[in-house]
Design a protein around this ligand. Structure first.
Ligand code: ZN
Length: 181
């Protein structure tokens, strides 16, 4: 039984400030069982958090992999997997969304990004797709793409705002270390 039993695991999400979030993720060579295992773990971890998008580097795996689910409350889950994702083009028009990030807990700020983009990626089965996205999908995709380059949404904010947030995050981390779990 054991060998064929699909195991998913909720993993720890790395939070800022942490040097591992600053690294550039590497392209995936092959979409195989091991990679699908990672994608399953990513999805499970994202649902548990809960969040709507997660990049592999947030679990300490610097690979170009993103998972996402933008289903609204009450809708069936719509898990999406993006391997070696690319942004082919973006619109000049910008859209502003209040963004948050599982690696920057409890902070939300408006970020302006291109409102639409054309993307290319491999799916869960390694098949190539090209697609146009807009709205929350476009914003979330660009947010996750940033993670693959070691960039967080707070890097789009003013230096003052960012350093205030990082100070608070560092303080929260120290507090957590003091209190036994
Ligand atoms: Zn994020």
């Amino acid at each position: 039984m054991g060998a064929y039993f699909k195991r998913m695991a909720i993993r720890e999400i790395i939070t800022a400030p942490d040097a591992r979030l600053k690294q550039r993720s590497l392209p995936v060579e092959r979409v195989d069982g091991a990679l699908r295992g990672l994608m399953d773990d990513m999805l499970e971890t994202m649902y548990d958090a809960p969040g709507i998008g997660l990049a592999a580097v947030q679990l300490g795996e610097p690979l170009r992999v993103i998972v996402m689910d933008l289903a609204r409350e009450g809708e069936d889950p719509q898990p999406r997997f993006f391997v070696n994702p690319e942004i082919l083009s973006v619109s000049e028009e910008l859209a502003v969304y209040e963004e948050g990030c599982l690696s920057v807990p409890e902070f939300y700020e408006d970020v302006a990004r291109p409102a639409e983009c054309r993307i290319r990626y491999l799916d869960y089965n390694g098949e190539l797709h090209e697609e146009d996205c807009e709205g929350l999908f476009a914003t979330c995709f660009q947010h996750e793409m940033d993670h693959l380059e070691g960039v967080l949404f707070i890097d789009h904010l003013s230096k003052l705002k960012r350093s205030m947030m990082l100070k608070k995050l560092t303080k929260a981390k120290k507090q957590q270390e003091k209190e036994p779990a």
